[in-house]
Design a protein around this ligand. Structure first.
Ligand code: 5GP
Ligand code: MN
Length: 343
């Protein structure tokens, strides 16, 4: 039996006991794929009568709160004691859209200490060893993989429009609107199935793409007009955003969603980096075109990782030194690429 089928079969057996208690955890700074997969899995387990709660280490952005069960997610920032108790009492902890407990922020310590079995469902390279790992880096998104898991365990009868909507949200957002990482025919077969199973595509597009507010537009406008720098020597664009600017434009979670992709629309630019000053750290987002592995750049110099074309990292240094480090490491990264190509 193929690895995927074997692992999913084990999960099916584990879930056949409907007295199991489960929690579902997305990654820190959850995006559409993390939140969509949490929503879809949560609704599926609810339909089976299995107890489940979604726990987050930080907050789910406002524009994703329309998805089923998401308004009921519990944040460690608001209710740490409840999170600790649910994690300690859980039989199964689902880790969605991330490959390591290190991406669970303040929840990491409690998850690591819990006796529960951990189940990763994810599409990032090199997942941690856990009791059950369902991982495939070829799929567009965790939501695409979760679709296959649900079909295999419960069949298509399990789907409701809410589940279809949540899974499509993840597939669509993780591919930049079916732009990158979405050339496998299977992705479109799944979308076709989701349409048959009740997906309201127009509604989802409206919820995820018509969520602009004036302050978000002005923050993006200011960044593109005044903060975007393009290298003369390398195909790299960098934008930095200070905490002061975030405050000035009344920043809310999700307001910067999508901004990092915009510089890639310039023909010559193949890598776009957004550097954002957050409370205790500086956060980096990398995006690339073609086969430029920005996850390696993020991993080697910015404590990060991710996918070939979409990666991130973080540093505790002041903003200016992170920007400086980015420009200093650009030649090292591109020279390193040339060398591997010529091998
Ligand atoms: P984003 O730029 O949207 O925050 O992140 C893009 C992708 O990069 C995420 O889906 C995740 O795979 C990865 N990523 C972002 N931040 C980090 C980080 O701090 N560490 C690691 N290992 N991966 C990250
Ligand atoms: Mn994802």
């Amino acid at each position: 039996m193929e690895e995927f089928e074997k692992t999913v079969e084990q999960l099916k057996i584990r879930l056949s006991d409907d007295s199991v208690k489960t929690v579902i955890i997305p990654h820190i700074s959850p995006d559409g794929d993390a939140v969509g997969s949490c929503s879809a899995l949560s609704e599926t387990l609810c339909r089976c009568g299995i107890e489940c709660r979604i726990l987050t280490c930080d907050y789910i952005p406002e524009y994703l709160r329309f998805l089923k069960h998401i308004p009921d997610a519990i944040s460690y920032q608001d209710r740490p004691e409840v999170c600790k108790r649910l994690i300690a009492e859980a039989d199964i902890i689902f880790m969605l859209d991330h490959n390591t407990v290190k991406r669970e922020g303040d929840l990491e310590a409690w998850v690591s200490a819990s006796p529960a079995d951990r189940v990763i469902i994810d599409h990032h390279p090199a997942p941690d060893k856990q009791q059950l790992v369902i991982s495939d880096i070829r799929v567009s998104s965790t939501c695409e993989l979760l679709y296959a898991v649900i079909v295999r365990i419960w069949g298509k009868e399990m789907f409701t429009p809410d589940i279809a909507n949540a899974l499509y949200t993840g597939i669509n957002t993780d591919t930049g609107g079916l732009n990158h990482n979405s050339s496998r025919p299977e992705t479109y077969r799944i979308i076709a199935d989701l349409l048959e199973l009740g997906l309201d595509k127009a509604y989802i597009h409206e919820r995820i793409y018509q969520m602009n507010n004036l302050s978000r537009l002005r923050l993006i406008g200011n960044t593109l007009l005044n903060k975007l720098q393009v290298s003369e020597h390398y195909p790299v664009a960098v934008m930095s955003i200070t905490a002061e600017e975030l405050e000035k434009y009344n920043y809310k979670d999700g307001d910067l969603e999508g901004l990092v992709n915009i510089p890639l629309s310039v023909h010559r630019v193949c890598v776009s980096v957004q550097i954002t000053e957050r409370k205790e750290k500086v956060k980096l987002s990398f995006r690339s075109k073609g086969n430029i592995p920005v996850n390696e750049w993020a991993k080697k110099w910015f404590n990060g990782g991710g996918h070939l074309n979409a990666a991130g990292g973080q540093m505790e240094h002041p903003m200016d030194s992170v920007v400086k480090r980015l420009w200093e490491t650009a030649p090292l990264f591109f020279e390193g690429l040339k060398k591997t190509e010529s091998l």
